[in-house]
Design a protein around this ligand. Structure first.
Ligand SMILES: NC(=O)c1ccc[n+]([C@@H]2O[C@H](COP(=O)([O-])OP(=O)(O)OC[C@H]3O[C@@H](n4cnc5c(N)ncnc54)[C@H](OP(=O)(O)O)[C@@H]3O)[C@@H](O)[C@H]2O)c1
Length: 231
């Protein structure tokens, strides 16, 4: 166990994109971070950049969330901040072509994993009456887009869960933030979108919520690139 006086953070989806930038920025802000993703090579690179612990696993597996949380807590001693960031959208698919496999996979990663990690975090944070859970959702929650039904369904459901979590967590002194980014130029999308937000910028907005003054809880934060109009 790391004997740290530093605040600690567990960040999912940290091998690429927004999560990788959140890990870097929290590390720079003095946090002891624990990072995770599936790609062991990318994870090892990040771990050597930040000299931090991590664990490569597939969060779509049923027992992955509890394995991850147990290992992060064992390593860091406690978890002050959970950033539920890992997520994916395989492709834009019309509803007539949605497969059962796609529904199940999207559910497992985009909805089940963050719910199970939030459960673990709340159980760990509640006795200390402190902590912060950040769920990375999407601005699709504020829109209805063709060919995004599966991804939108999971993010809408996570939005509902986050609203309930805000209410239950506040009773035990734990902050909860739902973040709703618009388009970000990451490997999440098939083509580069240089007109979209840089992942560093999206991460900065998330880190602002985490490092807000102690008497402030940001419940919801929506931000978009200025070119985005689908709301
Ligand atoms: N980019 C956008 O326009 C946008 C907009 C709104 C919201 N978001 C949300 O922002 C979050 C981060 O997205 P991003 O744009 O940074 O995407 P990204 O660049 O594709 O990164 C996704 C991260 O999630 C991890 N991940 C994916 N599947 C996983 C699995 N089965 N198990 C464990 N980790 C997994 C990836 O790790 P590995 O590759 O190592 O598995 C990677 O670190 C997601 O929740 C996404 O829905 C993105």
């Amino acid at each position: 166990m790391e004997q740290t006086q530093r605040p600690t953070a567990l960040i999912t989806g940290a091998t690429r994109g927004i999560g990788r930038e959140v890990a870097h920025q929290l590390h720079a802000a003095g946090y002891a971070v624990f990072v995770t993703g599936r790609d062991g090579t990318l994870l090892a690179t990040l771990q050597s950049e930040l000299a931090c612990p991590g664990l490569a696993l597939d969060l779509a597996e049923a027992d992955a969330a509890s394995r991850l949380f147990t290992e992060a807590r064992r390593t860091l001693g406690r978890i002050d901040v959970l950033v539920n960031n890992a997520g994916f959208n395989r492709a834009k698919v019309p509803i007539t072509h949605v497969s059962t496999e796609e529904l199940d996979t999207s559910y497992a990663l985009n909805l089940r994993a963050p719910i199970l990690l939030a459960r673990e975090a709340l159980n760990e944070m509640a006795p200390r009456r402190s902590g912060h859970i950040v769920n990375v959702l999407s601005s699709v929650v504020h829109a209805k887009l063709e060919n995004y039904s599966v991804y939108s369904t999971m993010k809408y459901a996570l939005h509902g869960f986050t609203g309930c979590l805000i209410k239950e967590a506040r009773l035990v002194g734990v902050k909860v933030t739902g973040v709703y980014p618009g388009g970000v130029d990451t490997t999440f999308r098939a083509q580069a979108r240089p007109d979209y937000l840089r992942p560093e910028s999206a991460a900065r907005m998330i880190v602002h919520c985490i490092t807000a003054p102690a008497d402030v809880v940001v419940h919801e934060l929506t931000f978009r690139p200025i070119v985005e109009t689908n709301f």
